[in-house]
Design a protein around this ligand. Structure first.
Ligand SMILES: Nc1ncnc2c1ncn2[C@@H]1O[C@H](COP(=O)(O)OP(=O)(O)OP(=O)(O)O)[C@@H](O)[C@H]1O
Length: 301
């Protein structure tokens, strides 16, 4: 099923050399609610390198969604420094931040968030409206992107005429139609049955490996998290561990390995890492699942 989903497409737009896709330094987020302060994040530092594949895990209420919203520029920190695509969000007004988001980040949510009375192709084309791209070209690009996620035959279907897995694939196409550097996925398989969730996960992994888009995914599922090359554990608004792995924990190797391939007794901690994050670089995602052949981004049409 999922093996038949074509994903060949453009490589993501490259960031300037040496620029992390996202850098958070001692970032905090406090919500004020009815005179009560809730510290959802209490000083988080991490770097997302181009092309990497990271899972964010942690208990309910630990701050995962808050972190994703900040990393994607949907929200601003109340403390610390957040740099997206080389630009400090504190220096940006709302329109500039929206433009940066549109250029740099794609989002996929558990609940799909498609416009219900709008066709698949128009849902996918929507982010291109803000690029000043003409209607015909928007439709062409959206149709091509839907083809990449295996929905070239469903262009004019509305969301309620699509299955849950198909709706999530439309959402993925919408997230990637702008060629963002980073795809932030918050429980992307949470609303799907096991088989459909697996197909969506494989699609995300293929897109990450083939196009070089960095994939950062919140999941409650340890098996899903074990497939990522990097695992970021959040608890009580802090990063408790941030570990890089050569291969999935579940591949029978008996545990994580160091990035140069040597077995390691402990996961390598990369907590608070800077731009030199060891899993960084566009090659960071390739082979992350242990099943995907590595493809140079240039080989992606
Ligand atoms: N808009 C808000 N106003 C007030 N408090 C909030 C708001 N959003 C989140 N919180 C609080 O911040 C904390 C972190 O919430 P967040 O949604 O980031 O957790 P999470 O790890 O994503 O949880 P879950 O796995 O259940 O989705 C929680 O205590 C939550 O109640």
């Amino acid at each position: 099923m999922s093996a038949a989903i074509p994903t060949q497409g453009r490589p993501v737009r490259a960031l300037p050399a040496g620029v992390p896709a996202i850098e958070a330094v001692d970032v905090s987020r406090t919500y004020e609610l009815d005179g009560v302060s809730v510290s959802a994040l209490r000083g988080v530092s991490l770097t997302i390198a181009p092309g990497e594949y990271a899972a964010v895990i942690g208990p309910s209420g630990s701050g995962k969604s808050t972190l994703m919203h900040l990393l994607g520029g949907l929200d601003r920190p109340t403390g610390g420094r957040l740099v997206i695509g080389g630009r400090d969000v504190a220096t940006l007004g709302a329109p500039e931040l929206a433009a940066l988001r549109n250029e740099t980040i794609g989002f996929v949510f558990q609940a799909f968030h498609l416009l219900p009375r709008t066709s698949a192709v128009d849902n996918v084309a929507l982010p291109l409206v803000y690029r000043g791209i003409g209607a015909r070209q928007r439709r062409e690009r959206a149709a091509a992107m839907l083809g990449r996620v295996g929905l070239g035959h469903r262009l004019d279907h509305r969301p309620n005429q699509l299955s849950g897995g198909e709706q999530q694939r439309v959402a993925i196409a919408r997230a990637l139609v702008t060629d963002p550097a980073v795809l932030l996925a918050d429980e992307p398989t949470g609303n799907l049955d096991t088989a459909t969730g697996e197909a969506v996960l494989e699609l995300l992994e293929r897109l990450n490996a083939e196009s070089g888009v960095a994939l950062v995914m919140v999941t409650h599922d340890q098996e899903v998290a074990a497939r990522a090359r990097r695992r970021i554990a959040v608890r009580d608004g802090l990063i408790r561990s941030d570990t890089a792995h050569d291969r999935p924990l579940s591949d029978g190797s008996g545990g994580p390995a160091t990035l140069d391939g040597a077995p390691s007794a402990e996961p390598r901690s990369v907590s608070g890492s800077g731009p030199g994050h060891p899993s960084g670089g566009s090659g960071g995602a390739a082979g992350a699942t242990g099943r995907l052949p590595r493809q140079a981004p240039g080989g992606v049409a």
